[in-house]
Write a protein that binds this ligand. Structure first.
Ligand code: COA
Length: 364
């Protein structure tokens, strides 16, 4: 390719060397700091995964306990900074999350990964409680991060199986190569700016439906389809209308997103525990139909289920309202964003790409 040609989506452009995660789109493999996602998710706590991303090794013993305490303190300190009365005006949870996070400062200690990660969970939950007509719940530092996040989101002390479902989710989405929100965070960090600013930029990027905004619409789609027999007609009509099928397709993966299988497995475990929402069979049927219809329409461009497809059904089964799905995605991904900010500071340079001028020539 001509080296001066514009690559507007930066497809295939390598912008960083990273130790944090590798996305192998051809083979459908995700490795997080030397661990296949299938071995990490479901087996490792969110605290341990965050520690892995922030320090390069899976923490154990006192190191793990220290991360758990730091995250708990992050939640408590973030709650102290919350302006709960501002939340009701936000219709969108990502707007609320962005605004609440933007009030934090490095001077108040929020440059630290554990503080920021605690804050995003608290603010996601605070908005969800407000939207449900309640008041935000104060964090409980005695609980694990996943258990406390679920308690603050739902207002109830959660069932351990549901906590396990959310924990698997948070670990699964903690990091994923140079996705748009991570890139946004790294661009901001590359200027020497503070971590709060980087995370606020990342939240803005994650809000978009092409990135983190898809799981709510996936559940809307499953509701509209209602039963497997109606899937083909519904999907065909969407494609004929030129609309995208949410939860399908990916910039990097040319096979099914490995995270879809991890989340599908977590959902199956909830179903076995009698706690699922009965949507697993419908989701599987719709996925099959959508994959076939997309293959027929784009025979040269494999478009399979991405992480958002089963996120929608899993988070619903865990007890979350669909409006809280994207903020909850942020509550997991913030661990990766913070790790990338640290890595960018340690190894990166100012990110400053070029553009090609196509405007009018200056007047003589
Ligand atoms: N449904 C229908 N068509 C789709 C599609 C989908 N989910 N995903 C891609 N396509 C189509 C595109 O419209 C494009 O067709 P066109 O050339 O006729 O316009 C073609 O497939 C190639 O897609 P492209 O735009 O190159 O893909 P991308 O790499 O830019 O997009 C996504 C990747 C994720 C943004 C895209 O697959 C998508 O919009 N998916 C739905 C939203 C979603 O699930 N987002 C969460 C991502 S984790």
């Amino acid at each position: 390719m001509d080296s001066t040609a514009t690559r507007s989506g930066l497809d295939g452009v390598v912008v960083a060397d990273t130790r944090l995660s590798e996305v192998d789109g051809e083979r459908g493999r995700l490795v997080v700091e030397g661990h296949d996602i299938e071995r990490l998710a479901g087996a490792t706590s969110f605290e341990a995964t965050a520690g892995l991303l922030w320090t390069g090794a899976l923490p154990q013993g006192e190191a793990l306990a220290a991360i758990r305490r730091a995250l708990a303190e992050g939640r408590v300190r973030a709650f102290e900074q919350l302006e709960a009365d501002e939340l009701p005006r936000f219709v969108d949870g990502m707007d609320a999350l962005r605004a609440a996070t933007a009030r934090l400062t490095a001077e108040d200690g929020f440059d630290a990964p554990a503080r920021l990660t605690g804050a995003v969970a608290v603010y996601a939950a605070a908005w969800a409680r407000t939207r449900a007509g309640g008041r935000p719940l104060a964090p409980d530092p005695e609980l694990s991060h996943a258990a406390d996040t679920l308690r603050m989101l739902t207002g109830e002390l959660p069932d351990p199986a549901r906590v396990a479902g959310l924990e698997t989710y948070l670990v699964t989405v903690a990091d994923h190569g140079m996705n748009a929100s991570t890139f946004a965070a790294r661009v901001v960090a590359s200027t020497g700016s503070d971590a709060v600013s980087a995370i606020v930029a990342a939240i803005g990027a994650l809000k978009g439906p092409l990135h983190g905004g898809a799981p709510g619409p996936v559940l809307d789609m499953l509701d509209e389809i209602g039963e497997p027999a109606r899937a083909a007609q519904w999907i065909e009509a969407e494609l004929a209308a030129g609309r995208r099928i949410m939860g399908m397709g990916h910039r990097i993966y040319r096979v099914r997103d490995p995270r879809a299988a991890v989340l599908e497995g977590a959902l199956a475990r909830l179903e076995q525990a009698g706690l699922a929402n009965g949507r697993l069979a419908l989701a599987r049927a719709v996925e099959r139909v959508a994959e076939g219809a997309l293959r027929a329409k784009y025979p040269d461009r494999p478009l399979a289920a991405n992480v958002e497809f089963y996120t929608a059904v899993l988070l619903d089964a865990v007890g979350l309202d669909r409006a809280a799905f994207s903020p909850t995605f942020a509550a997991g991904r913030v661990a990766g964003w913070c790790a990338h900010v640290l890595e960018q500071r340690a190894t990166g340079r100012l990110i400053r790409p070029a553009s090609r001028y196509v405007g009018p020539a200056p007047q003589a």
